[in-house]
Design a protein around this ligand. Structure first.
Ligand code: ATP
Ligand code: MG
Length: 555
């Protein structure tokens, strides 16, 4: 028990304390995305954190769209966000909620503040408001409209609602303290006039609440106990607390901030991902080189691997970037025992076994995953003509090269030992065909009569299936860093995508359906692309190679 308490993160410790002191009877959390873009790996952290806490404390997890700013929001994003959250396995309680569903209550809350003398309609322009606000070192100046009577404010606010004023002509401000050391408390604007249609409420409203006013109300209405957000809202917490206090909510929610997730040398911000999409540097929000959730899914990451990653990163208050190889580590760990290990040749060159019978096909029984016998076995066709990787043959090998070269014997994985007898070349000197002979005694590849140092994989040239494979590198030029120092643009790696059209894979792989995952021995983990795979002819994306420099920190 003692140890368990120690290993809890700081948010769990706060919740434990609140439960112990009776401030919180039921843990209610929420994920509140603004529908203005696709979700990314950082959001996954927030989703899994909020969902995980609700589950851990037998509470409730709400999914609520923070759609109070109609200028940037779109229904398209609502749909994609819902899908991503579901895919991650974060099951919400109840319906999908929308902040816009509370516009009437927010309006009434504003009226309540006016009645209490805690809010006023101000005629200053946006520029003037900024000027009057002061600076970090100087206090602000009070607006000349600050002391309007409650009656006048009620009337003007109603006029605002009824469309009497143009955009920017009047705003409603909280009456707090123009001399507060916290700039957010210097009579912040809480309602503005904006004659824009909203994606859900249409033209019902021409005034819209500001985030800092709306968010605590949304939380309070839903009975959220712990409103978890990222560090940039720390300075806004006094305002959050002011709103729920002045509106006299009975069990006010508590805001807790944690550090955003950043990945080194990876484009994470919504704004920057959007730029890559708009500049057509990638082919959409789900381009497998991005870290939007849709892109990670298409690349082949699993919800389990993302959860493992988020757990490894942990929840803290201190900002720090994480390395992408840690995410790669998680998907390797997740897939290691789960998926079949298949043979696929990405850079094929023909190997002919001269003493193997013409026209014969043997079926080799192969374990699907040597480390997990539960996955069973399959039959792989073996024929006189095969494809092997071009790099597995060298006419004049350096020392310590144990693969095919004239005179050398190697093991064809799960099949026979073969000895290289030579090769054919085209007029440019490129190797076109490699010749060898096999030893029928060595069938199955487990032959122990003599030793060979090299084992290479292969695919039957006559039974194998030609397939497209895509390999990826970071979209960012890692040597230059993410952002160009001069203009803030992204330093793009021109080699981030390699499309190989003539790979050969075992016939079994032609049956793969979108999102099926495999290890291609020696080449990495791959998934059948979600969008471009067709029945009988999948396209494979490399999720990650097999080698890793990443080591789990031990402590
Ligand atoms: P971005 O910074 O990429 O534009 P955002 O913060 O504007 O994202 P929202 O839709 O407003 O995106 O965020 C929804 C929730 O996700 C918020 O609670 C926010 O704090 C959280 N969130 C956003 N980015 C990250 C991140 N990198 N790490 C953890 N949580 C994040
Ligand atoms: Mg935002």
């Amino acid at each position: 028990m003692e140890n368990e308490a120690v290993s809890k993160n700081f948010i769990e410790q706060i919740i434990d304390q609140d439960m112990k002191e009776g401030h919180c009877k039921k843990v209610v959390t929420r994920f509140p995305p603004e529908p203005n873009g696709y979700l990314h790996i950082g959001h996954a952290k927030s989703i899994l954190l909020n969902y995980g806490l609700a589950k851990e404390y037998n509470g409730q997890f709400n999914m609520r769209f923070d759609d109070t700013n109609p200028t940037k929001e779109k229904e398209e994003f609502v749909d994609s966000i819902k899908q991503d959250v579901e895919w991650l396995g974060a099951e919400r309680n109840g319906d999908v909620l929308f902040a816009s569903g509370y516009f009437q209550q927010m309006y009434e809350a504003a009226v309540k503040l006016i009645r209490k003398g805690k809010a006023y309609v101000c005629d200053l322009s946006a520029d003037q408001i900024r000027e009057y606000r002061g600076t970090l070192t100087e206090p602000g100046k009070e607006s000349p409209y600050r002391n309007r009577s409650v009656e006048e404010n009620l009337e003007l606010f109603e006029n605002m609602k009824n469309g009497v004023y143009k955009d920017g002509e009047k705003v409603l401000r909280a009456k707090i303290d123009m001399a507060s050391p916290n700039m957010n408390m210097r009579d912040p604007v809480i309602y503005r006039v904006a004659h824009i249609s909203h994606h859900r409420t249409g033209d019902t409203w021409c005034i819209y609440p500001m985030y800092d006013f709306a968010h605590p109300i949304e939380d309070a209405i839903e009975g959220v106990s712990h409103s978890i957000c990222t560090l940039e809202f720390e300075d806004h917490r006094p305002l959050y607390d002011w709103v729920v206090r002045e509106l006299e909510y009975e069990n006010p929610p508590k805001q807790i901030e944690f550090a955003k997730l950043y990945l080194n040398n990876v484009v994470t911000g919504k704004r920057y991902i959007k730029k890559l999409v708009e500049d057509k540097i990638v082919d959409g929000w789900d381009d497998p080189r991005l870290v939007s959730i849709a892109a990670l899914r298409r690349r082949g990451f699993t919800p389990e691997s993302i959860k493992m990653f988020v757990d490894l990163v942990g929840v803290t208050k201190s900002q720090g970037a994480v390395e992408y190889p840690m995410l790669e580590y998680c998907i390797r760990e997740d897939l290691k025992l789960k998926v079949n290990r298949m043979m696929a040749v990405l850079d094929p060159v023909k190997l002919v076994i001269d003493n193997y019978p013409e026209g014969q096909t043997e079926y080799m029984e192969v374990p699907n995953n040597q480390e997990n016998p539960e996955l069973g076995t399959r039959k792989v066709p073996f024929t006189k003509e095969l494809y092997i990787e071009r790099e597995d043959f060298m006419e004049e090998p350096p020392k310590k090269y144990f693969r095919l070269f004239p005179g050398n014997e190697v093991r064809l994985m799960n099949a026979y030992f073969v000895t290289c007898t030579g090769c054919e070349k085209d007029s440019d000197g490129n190797v076109t065909v490699i010749h060898c002979t096999y030893d029928p005694e060595t069938r199955g590849g487990n032959f122990t009569g003599r030793k060979v140092k090299g084992t290479i994989h292969w695919v039957s040239a006559t039974e194998g299936v030609k397939t497209e494979v895509r390999l990826y590198e970071n979209i960012v030029d890692e040597e230059k860093g993410v952002y160009n120092e001069e203009d803030g643009s992204i330093n793009v790696n021109p080699n981030s995508l390699t499309v190989i059209k003539n790979c050969y894979v075992e016939p079994e792989l032609a049956k793969a359906v979108p999102e099926d995952k495999f290890q291609f021995v020696r080449n990495g983990y791959f998934t059948a692309d979600l969008k471009d795979s067709k029945p009988g002819s999948p396209v494979f994306n490399r999720i990650v190679s097999l080698k890793s420099s990443f080591k789990l920190p031990t402590n």
